[in-house]
Design a protein around this ligand. Structure first.
Ligand code: NAP
Ligand code: 3JN
Length: 334
């Protein structure tokens, strides 16, 4: 692969920092790196390959001479700046929801629909973290037995809500342990020692009673799998875990798959690791998945309430496969 000029938009953020880490760890052929952020980061620098690189304030002309830009600076920022980058010949891999459902923008998980990058017009979207880890597991099952319906409940880590949310969880935990009242700034209710069935933390609910995170899982799954007929319903829940989203997933199929067949199919699936030995108390755990690029699946069993359905427990690092690693994999495909 030839050396590329790479910009990271949102380089000072939780996802942006992981992007720098993954570019470095995967030895991505970076000719030069351009870290971009807001006015707030003027004077700051980031460390890349042991070198301090000053952060630049992102402007409409930041992308001249840039080959690939990895965006994780929020949806409004992507909506505004990505077209300027594309116009200057840069390919944008965008981590926000701004472009995901645009019919002219491929929404890509390399293990599932990597070929879709072929029709990009300058912008490629990275799906939502909860969707990514689910479709990596669903795709091989769909190919084997044709999925008709998916019922998912998520247990999402606090790092998915950004750095301020993680700080709030720790502050609340300290407060509760000291016998004090937890203070809420980011979340609508205490996240310490609690579960909150609302993601995101503000302006979450639509007219149908679903949250926007839940509707992302519904709509993005159909687009990535290239099959509008798959019915999906989701309940997304924030839990006091630092990193690693977990999901309980029920999958109905046209053709029955036994648990053993599903395990066999998934053991051959790219990017998937089967961890399924309940007798030995082996199943995927957020604390084990954190820091890993793969998606872990276990508790694979036949649903006793249905003639052809499976129950699964799926866990992955929300900042890596759910964001930075998937984005860098897309850049590698480019
Ligand atoms: P974060 O920790 O709050 O970081 C936000 C980053 O965006 C910072 O670098 C910030 O720069 C930068 N930024 C904000 N406004 C900007 C502007 N107007 N111009 C340039 N840079 C700007 O948030 P995060 O957790 O990293 O998440 C960032 C975004 O990534 C989210 O909004 C979301 O769209 C996406 N995301 C996607 C997933 C996924 O599921 N794939 C998961 C998490 C996040 P300053 O430091 O200068 O403020
Ligand atoms: O809450 C999580 O666990 C994942 C959060 C993702 C997120 C956070 C803020 C804005 C997104 C996303 O990727 O869908 C966005 C957004 O771009 O809409």
């Amino acid at each position: 692969m030839s050396q590329k000029v790479v910009a990271v938009a949102g380089a000072t953020g939780m996802v942006g920092r992981q992007m720098l880490h993954v570019l470095e760890e995967r030895n991505f052929p970076v000719k030069s790196l351009k870290p971009l952020a807001s006015e707030r980061s003027k004077g700051k620098s980031v460390t890349f390959r042991g070198e301090e690189i000053p952060v630049e304030v992102m402007t409409e002309s930041s992308f001249k001479g840039v080959d690939i830009a990895l965006f994780s600076a929020g949806g409004g920022t992507s909506k505004h700046f990505a077209p300027y980058a594309a116009k200057d010949g840069c390919v944008v891999v965008d981590n926000s929801s701004a472009w995901r459902m645009d019919p002219n923008v491929p929404l890509v998980v390399p293990e599932v629909n990597g070929a879709d990058i072929a029709w990009h017009e300058g912008i490629i979207a990275n799906p939502n973290c909860s969707t990514i880890q689910m479709v990596v597991v669903l795709k091989p099952l769909h190919d084997a037995a044709t999925i008709t319906r998916v019922v998912v409940s998520t247990y999402q880590a606090v790092s998915g809500a950004g750095k301020a949310a993680v700080d709030e969880m720790y502050a609340q935990t300290r407060a509760v342990l000291a016998g004090e009242e937890p203070v809420c700034h980011i979340f609508p209710h205490p996240i310490a020692f609690n579960c909150i069935p609302q993601i995101p933390q503000s302006n979450a609910f639509g007219d149908n009673g679903y949250t926007s995170e839940e509707m992302k899982m519904v709509n993005e799954t159909k687009k990535i799998m290239g099959d509008d007929s798959i019915r999906v319903t989701a309940t997304t829940v924030r839990v006091p875990v630092h990193t690693g989203h977990s999901e309980s997933v029920n999958v109905e199929t046209v053709n029955k798959l036994t648990a053993a067949q599903a395990r066999e199919v998934l053991s051959r699936a790219p990017g998937v690791i089967v961890e399924d030995d309940p007798g030995a108390q082996v199943y995927p755990l957020a604390v084990h998945a954190a820091g890993r690029g793969e998606t872990f699946v276990g508790r694979i069993r036949e649903d006793i309430s249905h003639p052809s359905a499976l129950d699964l427990w799926i866990v992955s690092d929300n900042l890596l496969k759910g964001a930075a690693y998937n984005a860098v994999q897309i850049a590698e495909l480019l």
